[in-house]
Design a protein around this ligand. Structure first.
Ligand code: G6P
Length: 480
């Protein structure tokens, strides 16, 4: 590479996440063999890292491939290899068939397998070792998300000099649900290796602290956990706080003003036959997103004749995700069956009820879609934050547009002027969609203005500064 990569032991700021910001793809799917990784974590952290000269440790998305560190977009990327077995047991297994459904309030049934847990530990050790060897003395290491909950403890054992932060991008379940986890104590102890634990909502923070108290008998006072070492002696204080994550507001705003993007938005509406109302859903194809609830409600509105295929079109972007996991295969069948049935019944030669796109798109195209959409539908059954809702709001520079938002998303804490819904209540969801379609201009613009004020004042740079300055303070106080 043209740019030399940081030497081992010389990085002062390190992010560790399961995925690197770029994902290995087959040559024929991209020019250089790389593509931006899917999901909210990378959407949020990539802009932060681009301005912070840091090292990023993570998996590059391919099995059985060992890559040398490389430089990309102002970051040093340190790929961690996973074997095909580890992808199956650690990533598809424990991370996405045990933790993911458990932490999203058991919407799908979590599976508990000892071989998955064994591999989770092995892989978490590997990530911790990679961080330990990259870090300069007294460096700050920021570990991300549910795939790596044991890294803080392993890393502290290897490098007690480091300042360790952890941020959980997904919900943390109530102790009543977390209780099911056979290795609940080990996971809590793993997390408590961090000096600072960040969660999306105050509720997630409270759930974690209640679990620490209940399952470890830990001393908890004012969001501070008193952590002992294996021999029962005081080791350190671990703090838990909410830090609701956000988006790169400036980037979205800039794209929303870009003439090419504006022209593309117009084109999208024209290509749909210039309907009066364009509705939009954008999700990873994941069962937590409530896509089938949304389709059911929309299909019934068409059946009832309240919405007409000549007047309205729903664009549903569903980006491919975790495609080898059984629950995801099943969901794809369900969604595609529903779309087929609804379109078969309501489409005309000219008009389509639902334009379903099983693709992921670059951010320019996403912003064009946000500009083209009069109504944004976010109907997640459970979601740590939901950045799509925030991106839609950031893109609506003229204060037009309506956001239908599930109260089960972290974003609902901040976007109180959205049309809030319970996605399980299909009649309520239908009423909210109808309301969004017919919302008087004055009201939609009042709501949008208030939501924009919130988002514009709380971008992802501010989120990272809040977290990292709290982590720094903590360390200062401990040393004194
Ligand atoms: C969510 C998770 C991330 C994850 C992303 C994409 O946003 O919080 O940790 O990276 O989904 O999922 P994937 O399994 O493809 O990494």
């Amino acid at each position: 590479p043209a740019h030399p990569v940081a030497q081992p032991g010389s990085s002062d700021f390190i992010v560790v996440s399961n995925r690197l910001p770029v994902d290995r793809v087959p040559q024929e799917e991209s020019d250089d063999g790389w593509r931006r990784s899917p999901g909210g974590l990378v959407t949020a952290l990539a802009p932060v890292m681009a301005t912070r000269e840091g090292a990023w440790i993570g998996w590059h998305g391919a099995a059985d491939e060992t890559l040398a560190p490389f430089h990309h977009g102002n970051m040093d990327l340190f790929p961690v290899p996973l074997s095909a077995d580890e992808v199956e047991l650690y990533y598809e297994g424990f991370s996405n068939s045990t933790l993911w459904p458990l932490y999203h309030d058991v919407i799908a049934t979590p599976e508990f397998h000892r071989t998955w847990w064994d591999t989770y530990q092995v892989v978490n050790k590997r990530f911790a070792e990679a961080a330990a060897s990259a870090a300069a003395p007294n460096a700050t290491v920021w570990v991300q998300d549910y795939q790596l909950q044991l890294v803080p403890q392993y890393l502290r054992a290897l490098r007690p000099d480091l300042r360790i932060g952890f941020f959980n991008h997904i919900p943390f379940p109530s102790p009543e649900i977390f209780a099911q986890m056979p290795w609940r104590k080990a996971i809590l102890e793993g997390l408590l290796g961090a000096d600072l634990l960040g969660f999306q909502r105050p509720n997630d923070t409270a759930n974690f602290l209640r679990s620490a108290r209940r399952f470890l008998g830990a001393g908890v006072k004012a969001r501070q956990v008193h952590v002992n070492d294996a021999s029962g002696h005081f080791s350190h204080i671990s703090r838990a706080e909410p830090f609701p994550i956000s988006i790169d507001v400036a980037q979205i705003q800039q794209l929303a003003k870009n003439p090419d993007v504006i022209a593309r938005a117009k084109q999208i509406r024209e290509d749909l036959g210039n309907p009066t109302t364009v509705l939009l859903g954008v999700d990873r194809l994941d069962y937590t997103k409530g896509i089938t609830h949304r389709l059911k409600a929309y299909g019934e509105l068409l059946d009832d004749g309240t919405v007409q295929v000549e007047d309205a079109a729903l664009i549903q972007v569903a980006s491919p995700s975790r495609e080898r996991v059984e629950t995801y295969k099943q969901l794809r069948e369900d969604v595609e069956g529903m779309v087929g049935r609804i379109n078969g019944q309501h489409d005309t030669i000219q008009n389509t009820a639902i334009r379903y796109l099983h693709h992921s798109y670059p951010v320019e195209e996403m912003v064009a879609l946000y500009l083209a959409a009069d109504v944004m539908l976010v109907t997640a059954l459970r979601d740590g934050m939901n950045l799509v809702a925030k991106e839609y709001v950031a893109a609506r520079g003229d204060n037009s547009g309506a956001l239908v938002l599930s109260e089960f998303t972290g974003a609902a804490d901040q976007l109180k002027q959205a049309l809030l819904i319970n996605p399980h209540d299909i009649d309520g969801l239908k009423a909210a969609i109808l309301r969004a379609v017919t919302l008087p201009k004055a009201e939609s613009s009042r709501r949008m203005r208030s939501m924009r004020r919130q988002i514009l004042a709380h971008d992802v740079q501010r989120w990272s500064e809040d977290f990292l300055s709290t982590l720094a303070q903590k360390a200062v106080r401990d040393d004194s």
